[in-house]
Design a protein around this ligand. Structure first.
Ligand SMILES: [Fe+2]
Ligand SMILES: [Fe+2]
Length: 252
């Protein structure tokens, strides 16, 4: 199963949104013939109606099934009321081909901080109890600090409790965004993956605009970071689920 993991699109009529990069990146995604496109939030910058309309219009340029959770920017200015109108439920368990994908809204109206809370922790456990397929979790904020993304801020406030549930239940994969930097690391039996920003001008140093290709099968997960501007792919993670061996090429 192939997932395009994209994040932090930041549709906006100010300086945030780079439409040229979005269009280029969308074409790159479309060529990959993925099973699903998971978008881990920040589709807008200020949660405005005009930005939601722009995001909806631009996402029509990406083919395939889109699965979307909101980010902190999407919840600004009553944007949290618009998100369900445009993109459906914010917390869900989707049964997709070989996986159960638990999507969660980690953001709160008019706050940049993230939290999941007990209700969403229960939803994770419900996803795990389905037990017929691999469970993957996706939300916007980060659950551990992300290197190269500046001083730590906005990590989900119940990160400890969330990690406990994830690690205890040996969830193989968690997909996140928010920091505009691609990152992946394995802790215990879980691969924690952050996508960089797809089309926001607020990039960090040389990281540029990126998205992740996530290949999942019964005994392997790999992560490939795609640099949109350079049109380069770099496989950063190869995680063998059968023996637990994980090669992290970020640290070769
Ligand atoms: Fe963002
Ligand atoms: Fe964010």
């Amino acid at each position: 199963m192939k997932i395009a993991h994209i994040s932090d699109i930041h549709c906006n009529y100010g300086i945030d949104f780079n439409e040229k990069i979005f269009d280029k990146a969308a074409k790159m995604v479309n060529k990959l013939d993925v099973d699903i496109v998971f978008i881990s939030g920040d589709l807008t910058t200020d949660g405005l109606l005009s930005e939601y309309e722009l995001a909806q219009k631009k996402l029509e340029g990406i083919t395939g099934k889109l699965v979307i959770v909101p980010g902190n920017h999407d919840e600004r200015n009553l944007g949290f009321k618009l998100f369900p109108e445009f993109f459906g439920e914010t917390d869900f368990i989707h049964s997709l081909k070989d996986i159960n994908l638990v999507g969660l809204a980690s953001s709160e109206p008019d706050k940049d901080d993230g939290r999941l809370g007990r209700g969403r922790h229960k939803l994770i456990e419900q996803g795990i109890k389905k037990n017929d397929k691999m469970t993957i979790i996706g939300f916007h904020h980060h659950v551990i600090p992300v290197p190269n993304s500046g001083r730590e801020t906005n990590i989900i406030e119940d990160a400890g409790e969330t990690l406990e549930i994830i690690l205890k239940n040996e969830i193989p994969l968690v997909l996140m965004g928010h920091r505009h930097v691609p990152f992946a690391v394995k802790i215990h039996k879980t691969l924690l993956v952050n996508a960089g920003t797809f089309s926001c001008n607020r990039t960090r140093a040389h990281f540029g605009n990126t998205f992740n290709i996530v290949d999942v099968d019964d005994d392997n997960i790999s992560i490939t970071v795609v640099d949109v501007r350079k049109e380069k792919q770099r496989k950063t993670i190869d995680y063998d689920l059968s023996d637990g061996c994980c090669i992290n090429r970020n640290y070769d």
